[in-house]
Design a protein around this ligand. Structure first.
Ligand SMILES: CC(C)(COP(=O)(O)OP(=O)(O)OC[C@H]1O[C@@H](n2cnc3c(N)ncnc32)[C@H](O)[C@@H]1OP(=O)(O)O)[C@@H](O)C(=O)NCCC(=O)NCCS
Length: 314
């Protein structure tokens, strides 16, 4: 297998590869292309395609944020089309990416695997990686839970009315400062997600690239307002080509927590998905994030396989 730099024209192949490896977690090529086209200002990413006899069979990358603190985390990944997917080849992709990451100054390698992917977790553990955290993945059946969700949404709406909190989609908000406010609020909330790898700031431009991603629409971004302030946000991403509708982000300003705002926003996204004919949605969150775990469980979300974040000292 030989490696060459990936080009934008390879993005559909990469989405196909990820989908072939895990059909139940299909990757949408349209949103992936948007991500490749709009590089993050605060990160470096190098992407590669693996070829055997001139045929594309693999993808690998190394990504890290531009160093701001002495703790330097570098993300490594690599995988192959099922017919070519052997432990030796996954191992070779990881070795190549670790080398490049190390040359950039990474101190700790990080890698994600599904808990039920024995081939990949086996390779990663053999390379010396240790399990660090888990990401809980969930799915909510909107057909089976419809009546219960409608009742909980009604209760939540009444609570927001009582608390004088306005819940609306961002397109209906007339405040010219709304995007800046939403960005600042999100920046505050993101810092409170339990994590080993500290979050570095997102520039306003990068935030807006995200908000304009093809899976999102202004009339599907739900926000909560208390007078002039934006206190919360919840968003489902609707993949344009394939994949399951999933939460992109839910966050509440520190000043607004514990008042049912996250729950109210999540119910609005759910009610809208039901109205649009969506039959199930997904979400994921850190295994130590108690409030959101509690909300998801009580909404009726059922657990799927966990994602495991592995780490290794470089
Ligand atoms: C997670 C988050 C969005 C919750 O926002 P919120 O508006 O305070 O949430 P709500 O008030 O709607 O609901 C919190 C629920 O969790 C419960 N809860 C809060 N802390 C808890 C704890 N330590 N243990 C158990 N339950 C807890 C509350 O009792 C409430 O349950 P209830 O609705 O059954 O009464 C907010 O804490 C946040 O922005 N965190 C940082 C960003 C984040 O983690 N986002 C989500 C994952 S990406």
């Amino acid at each position: 297998m030989t490696l060459r730099e990936a080009k934008l024209a390879d993005v559909e192949f990469v989405a196909d590869l990820e989908t072939a490896v895990r059909p139940d977690d299909a990757r949408d090529p349209v949103t992936l292309k948007h991500y490749w086209r709009n590089p993050e200002e605060n990160a470096k990413i190098e992407r590669f395609i693996g070829e055997v006899g001139g045929e594309r069979v693999a993808y690998a990358h190394q990504r890290h944020e531009l160093w701001k603190t002495p703790k330097r985390f570098g993300n490594i990944t690599g995988d192959l089309m099922p017919a070519h997917r052997t432990a030796a080849r996954i191992d070779a992709l990881f070795a190549a990416m670790e080398e490049r990451s190390l040359a950039d100054g990474t101190k700790t390698f990080t890698a994600w695997c599904w808990e039920d992917d024995a081939l990949r977790t086996g390779v990663v553990r053999k390379r010396g990686y240790i399990e660090e955290r888990r990401q809980r993945f969930w799915e909510l059946d909107l057909v089976a839970n419809r009546a219960k969700l409608e009742a909980m949404a009604a209760e939540s709406r009444a609570k927001m009315r009582e608390g004088k909190i306005r819940v609306l989609t961002v397109d209906r908000d007339t405040d010219p400062e709304k995007w800046k406010k939403l960005w600042r609020m999100s920046e505050e909330a993101i810092r409170d997600i339990p994590t080993t790898q500290p979050f570095t700031e997102t520039t306003f431009d990068d935030f807006m690239k995200w908000m304009r991603s093809p899976g999102l629409r202004e009339d599907r971004i739900w926000i909560a307002r208390d007078g002039d302030a934006i206190l919360g946000v919840s968003i489902l991403s609707y993949p344009p080509k394939r994949g399951v509708v999933s939460t992109d982000w839910t966050g509440v300003a520190r000043a607004g927590r514990g008042r049912g705002i996250a729950r109210a926003l999540k119910y609005e996204t759910v009610m809208q998905a039901i109205a649009l004919g969506v039959d199930r949605i997904r979400t994921d969150n850190d295994f130590k994030n108690t409030p959101i775990l509690h909300i998801n469980e009580t909404m009726g979300y059922q657990r799927r396989a966990d994602g495991i974040q592995f780490m290794k000292r470089a």
